[in-house]
Design a binder for this molecule. Sequence first.
Ligand SMILES: *Cc1c(COP(=O)(O)O)cnc(C)c1O
Length: 486
Amino acid sequence: MAEMIFDLSIKGRRGVTLPQRDVEGDIHQILPAKFVRKAVAELPEVSELDVLRHYIRLSHKNHFIEKGLYPLGSCTMKYNPKINEALVRHSCFNNIHPYQANETLQGTLEILYDLQRDLSEISGMAQVSLQPVAGAQGEFAGLKIIGAYHKAKGYTNKKKIILPDSAHGTNPASCTHAGYEVIELPSRADGRIDVEKLREIVTDEVAGFMLTNPNTLGLFESQIKEISELIHGVDGLIYMDGANLNALMGIVQPGKIGFDILHFNLHKTFSTPHGGGGPGCGPVGVVEKLVPYLPVPLVDQKDGAFYLDYQHEDTSIGKVHTFYGNFAIILRAYIYIRMLGPEGVRRIAENAIINANYLMKLIAPYYHIEHQEYCMHEFVADGTRQKKEHGVSTLDIAKRLLDKGFHAPTVYFPLIIQEALMVEPTETESKQSIDSFARAMIEIAEEAENDPELLHNAPLTTPVRRVDDARAVKILDIRYPVSRDN
Ligand SMILES: *Cc1c(COP(=O)(O)O)cnc(C)c1O
């Protein structure tokens, strides 16, 4: 089968007629010689149908949520409503410019204002800046806010941030990037924060504590009150990595239980197609005492008119992105929240939790699961049994899932679970699709017993077989193979 669009080319076939050139005059007078083509461009000569079939075929080589369940733990690969896509492309939104006068942008500013308010309510925070454009950038902004708070209070010794060993990889990276030293806190055997150990390492030098809740094991960190007393006792601040808010929204308001700063991952929780590095939006919310340090501008209203608010410009950490952040994602989140309403938002979290627990129970007899109590929106199974008894690794299991039409879970993360398989089904999967994923996992457990060799060779049916990751990093080659002779 032809793989490249050039391979489909038939001399003289056409799919499109280009418009006549509408610039008068001799091209050689208009453009410098080096920009004028000497020969006709080599383009594939194909029909409209050829092109469509080509791209549809290419799209099917990949995995996407509309094709099948995508249980990539911690990434919240939920189905994203298509109405979002229709509305963000509406001319009301894609013909505006950030330098337009406020009076001509009232509707857009109102959306920004409303979303700031909605996210404040969902998180229990006093105010939210929509500016950061990734979860990791929200973390960075939050850490800068921690620094600005301590500077304003005259501290010079607060150089350390405490992180549990279950933390997402971006957490230590953001801390280091923001100039902090990281202290790693080992988790307890039950996967949660060890408050006694924390008590031993908290000193005046601690600027803050960063916690993912639910943590990366899918467990709710229940000792926030104790943690809060310890950290606030040295005037440190508590940062919540809110990327897992899909499990909490409408149920718990982090700003009301001791957290001071939180970032959202709008692209995960609030429905934007994401993956492969973006696009993202990571708003940061804070309690009242930290509002002066948020990135500017915020959006406010006075006498029914919305405006960009620079009132805290002098104390703000500054801008972390141009204008107001990633507007198309902000808009999707707004549409999503407005469609759901408060009860709908809560139902999302409840169903995310129910789905994860249901799936965990289905596969628990076949895979080791270290923390088997109720999970939140995800859980971590592992392949240690398969590894020990049959020499089958988690990578083998993950690759075999591709043959069965599913995306693999997140593998080998969190680092504290060997052979980890981190599974997040999300709320948008039906009982039937969760059942069929569980069946695939069970089949693989049986294959591990009966035919381990099959799993070492998986995937067998995908367009690209098992790749050599290490080699790909060292000798990356993504060129179009030019081997045509015509
Ligand atoms: C995804 C994620 C992040 C990072 O978000 P990006 O938008 O990818 O930068 C941080 N923490 C947790 C727990 C996450 O799941």
